[in-house]
Design a protein around this ligand. Sequence first.
Ligand code: SAH
Length: 221
Amino acid sequence: MKLTDASFTDTYKLKGLRKKLVKILEDKYPFDSKILEVIGSLPRHYFFESAFGEQAYQDKAFPIGKGQTISQPYTVAYQTQLLEVKTGDKIMEIGTGSGYQAAVLVMLGAKVFSIERVPELHKTAKTIFAFLELSPRLYVGDGTLGLPKYAPFDKIIVTAAAPIIPETLVAQLKVGGYLVIPVGDKETQQMIRIIKTSETTTKKEVFDTFRFVPLIGEEGW
Ligand code: SAH
């Protein structure tokens, strides 16, 4: 993806479209006002090539190159809500992609560690974060293995479709921590939230159906 100065220009028109997007999300689901505020203030078009700026404010996923997509705003809001983000939470994200989801988490006050397997996407996300002056820690690698060096985490979010719940990730959660992950086949997945209730036990909650790009790796596809 090629970013130019035009990619980082906010306009009245784009601001207006962003407000409309927030209204669309508000009408679809009772999202926390804090999450909607962040979506309302973070220019999603910065994560797109400038030619597609206006499309950033449709409630849709969009290609970001390398066969990957930026998640639909509804999906970002939904996973964020399930994480119940608190200021200072240490959160690991698997699948940096465009960086948009990571930016939302940082703006909610979390300390974010995000892993991407495609180096080019990692690099583009880095450029966008530098411009936004946001600083999640970004890594390249197989996120299904997590970041044992920085574990345990309060929360873990996986933004690609997993065939199973990676045990390695559950092991890197604090007791009381949450793992939010779409699990299923390559076509559709159920949003799952795992709550680590003790060192050896978990509670599983099942939410709505989504469609993500596949999680590729040792504990993925
Ligand atoms: N959170 C992203 C969504 C990107 S789509 C956003 O806000 O834009 C999912 C991303 O997961 C893709 O970029 C894909 O390359 C990445 N991915 C897939 N398998 C992975 C793995 N094992 N480790 C890290 N990233 C992975």
